[in-house]
Design a protein around this ligand. Structure first.
Ligand SMILES: Nc1nc2c(ncn2[C@@H]2O[C@H](COP(=O)(O)OP(=O)(O)O)[C@@H](O)[C@H]2O)c(=O)[nH]1
Ligand SMILES: [Mg+2]
Length: 286
């Protein structure tokens, strides 16, 4: 997999331009570079101060310091459903980030691991959204629970839970609508869905997964805040990692990453590998 963060190369170029003396202009440039990369002003200053205090003498030392500081800010998590229970994964995120596509990928991923997977068509806002999930269900050979366009997403998920319990399925992947133009409605709808699931599924078997488009940058931070404040988020899926130029926002979001999506095929999903991510991000070992 080839990723294109470009931060490592920029850090190297900056350092080699200032090799003799790391003066104020070096630190100003470093902070600008990190802010442009969506790491946030606070992190940019923290990294700049730390580099200043440790006075790296070589490019390698400099990159190692940046890597170490970023290492503390990024976390991975493994989403391993309990095979002896019914698990519900609620897939959330704004329109177009890759929720429905990710459900197709997750269905493939977990079916390969031996789970009995069901999809729940909780994005009932557009008929096309239900049909899109249906297509992924057909292509991946996954059972789907759906209702009419416009029906209550909580009712669809309730149905999915009842039928999964009756059939002994292990994992429900719930699609949701991500309309952001009315934040209050979105939050209210999410809280209703959340209640339906919480009343029926053990907390440890219920995961709220936010899908973030890795090309988005700064906007993804406010998305994460809204969803996290509404119902609490357990893990992220970072999609479009194959075309991502900006991943610094991840450092600011602060929610552990479970998977990265690297394309439009069902196999294009990978468990998040923090070391690999940092290697690419900080430009070490390229
Ligand atoms: N390159 C790339 N495209 C993706 C990835 N995940 C989703 N997409 C594309 O992003 C677009 C929106 O995806 P969709 O699943 O419909 O988003 P949703 O509105 O959140 O359900 C589609 O064209 C997908 O093929 C990914 O990991 N890489
Ligand atoms: Mg969708």
């Amino acid at each position: 997999m080839a990723f294109k963060f470009g931060l490592g190369a920029k850090l190297k170029a900056l350092f080699s331009g200032f090799r003799k003396t790391l003066d104020q202009s070096f630190f100003d440039n470093l902070e600008d570079l990190l802010i442009e990369g969506d790491f946030g002003a606070k992190n940019a200053m923290m990294i700049s101060d730390e580099v200043n205090a440790r006075k790296p003498k070589t490019e390698e030392e400099f990159l190692a310091i940046v890597r170490e500081l970023l290492n503390d800010k990024i976390n991975g998590t493994e989403l391993l459903p309990d095979k002896n229970e019914l698990n519900v994964y609620l897939v959330l995120g704004v329109n177009g980030v890759g929720k429905t596509t990710s459900i197709g990928k997750l269905a493939t991923y977990y079916k390969d691991k031996g789970y009995k997977v069901v999809m729940a068509a909780g994005d009932t806002f557009r008929a096309a959204a239900i049909d899109q999930l249906e297509l992924h269900a057909q292509r991946t050979g996954t059972r789907i629970v759906r209702q009419e366009n416009g029906s209550d997403p909580g009712a669809v998920i309730y149905d999915a839970i009842s039928s999964a319990q009756a059939r002994g399925d292990n994992l429900i992947l719930c699609d949701t609508a991500g309309r952001m133009h009315n934040k209050e409605n979105l939050v209210r709808e999410l809280q209703k869905i959340d209640k339906v699931i919480r009343n029926r599924i053990k907390p440890e078997n219920y995961k709220k997964i936010l899908v973030i488009d890795a090309t988005t940058g700064q906007n993804s931070i406010s998305q994460a805040q809204i969803f996290n404040e509404a119902i609490g988020i357990d893990a992220l899926i970072l999609t479009k990692y194959d075309s991502a130029a900006k991943a610094g926002a991840l450092v600011q979001i602060g929610i552990p990453v479970a998977f990265v999506g690297t394309g439009e095929h069902y196999g294009d999903i990978h468990v998040f590998d923090k070391e690999e991510f940092l290697t690419t991000l900080a430009g070490l070992g390229e």
